[in-house]
Design a protein around this ligand. Sequence first.
Ligand SMILES: [Zn+2]
Length: 197
Amino acid sequence: MSWHPFTTTPETFWPKIDKSGGPEACWPWTGSQDGRGYGITKLHCKTIRSHRLAYIFAGGEFPEGRHCVCHRCDNRLCCNPAHLFPGSYKDNALDMVAKRRHLSFTCPERINRGEAHRWAKFTEDDIRAIWQRLQDGERPAAIGISSQLACDLKAGRCWRHVTGLRKTATNDPTQCWDHVDGNGNLTPLGTAWAGRK
Ligand SMILES: [Zn+2]
């Protein structure tokens, strides 16, 4: 098969990763980054996070219900397959909320400074995590959000684009990049995904 110019192959991908630390170390991505500090590259004209592609190119599998690729090492640029594992959206959400709590202990000034605009400080990923936990029946207090925010989310008064997105992201199998084989070729489902705008 011929390669589209805006795609990544294992041959072009692995050289962009710094493996100089050895097999046990983090392997940082040396290419582009997104606004959240993850490495990104293009696969079939779509942006994909480099750690996710590292997992795929290393032959990593996605067991049922686990469509996220998570870091054991908390280093968002790390592409060492030994540091990556498949997780569910829920795992990812719990992990993220746990880290947010952690931030309040380690960097209280970062929390307090944004107090007046607390909800504006949530990222879309945060809202997805919160939304998932609300869907699982957790109480707002247990999640660490106000009941007002929970009401607004459930009523679609705010972040509607995100709570709606979560539905397609988790329920539509073609939205997941586990439909790429170890050489970066799209499987039929992946082709359907890549064809979307
Ligand atoms: Zn690592």
